[in-house]
Design a protein around this ligand. Sequence first.
Ligand code: BES
Length: 459
Amino acid sequence: MTLDAVLNRIDATLPEAVDRLLELARIPSISTDPTYAGDCQRAADWLVRDLAALGFQASARPTPGHPMVVAHGGAGDGSGRHLLFYGHYDVQPVDPLNLWARDPFDPVVEETPKGKVIRGRGTSDDKGQLLTFIEACRAWKAVHGTLPGKLTIFLEGEEESGSPSLVPFMRENADELKADLALICDTGLYEDRVPAITTMLRGLVGEEVVIHAANKDLHSGSYGGAAANPIRVLAKILAGLHDDQGRVTLPGFYDDVDELPEAVRAQWQGLAFDHARFLGEVGLSVPAGERDRTPLEMIWSRPTCEFNGIAGGYAGAGFKTVLPAEARAKVSFRLVSRMDPAKIRAAFRAYVESCLPADCRVEFHPHGGSPASVMQIADPAFEEARGALTEEWGVSAAYIGSGGSIPIAGYFKSVLGMDAMLIGFAKDDDQIHSPNEKYDLDSFHKGIRSWARILDRLA
Ligand code: BES
């Protein structure tokens, strides 16, 4: 009965919830760019105010980077679990800005052929998603007068830049952050209307490499041929990282990669993933990874080496005959199984150094490193939550893998000894990290309702 009242309350107050998401999404909390540090603080403060209004003891806690929001609320009757909810309020950079149809930080609700969407940077990843949980708490409080059981909310502002302050913060505040189970809302549905619990995430190593040659930019006629060209050196280094079978060539790269257990392989086969549609929707047709793997394996259970950005010389309008003094690339590795971020970084650096010709020098800048994580789903809470999701969406919820990375998912276990349950409502076409990011109004609405149902079973 009271669950129905909470669900009705969610339906009736959806417009106000959307307004709150629009307000939060107007704050350009781009964590990787120091220009936006003040905005990251503003987003944290906005969340502290909102959580305090719901009766949480909330504060924005300083770190060497962006603040962590920590809030405690509810008491419960001692019979339910103490739950901790995690989300992140930081967002990815918006460039290329010219590909956005509107200002990324002036979000709106838009009508599209597939339904209403909330468009703007962070509306899906992860402001809309984290608010699904907070809005469920709000409706719960309005109906019950109390929060759903004993609850800790933990919101990070550095997830999109590798979570550099996270592990020290978790260690220093371990007693305060320890709960019975962590809930994370930063993943997706399996298909547009099929809810999912994500049980595997890849890890990530980010590394920027800068190749230097001459002590200044040179005329490519006066010096070309005689002088080392850092773009040429860099291109050769990057090209050497994959063989013609799509495998990464770094020595030892696959040493700690396990084959998928038969049971998981069989379960994934049961998901009947539509490979052609997956690539087709983004205008592609031929999988570009390891030749002997299916696209689902490529994104969920195999490691990668990808180039995320490359720069050097003149790339502006027209043409310039220059030999640049330096060239740079941002390289990332997605990790699986037992791959060790430090070992992969070291292997990459050793390879680059071994390729350097005379007169060239290399500089490395690390950008985060976190291992892959596999969630334990033995806690009966997982089946309870799956039941709640199935009820809300009308189709059986799936256990799935994910190609993305959420560093904290593994740290809950390794640092705090807690299991984490990953449930999210993003769709593959949300364009997270890309121009024109959006969150379906339906994801937001049914996401809030899903949490209400889950909390009703767990809290
Ligand atoms: N929400 C994503 C992770 C994600 C992506 C989950 C796709 C499921 C499907 C998260 O916010 C994210 O983008 N993380 C970064 C982390 C990195 C910078 C350490 C990522 O995966 O690139």
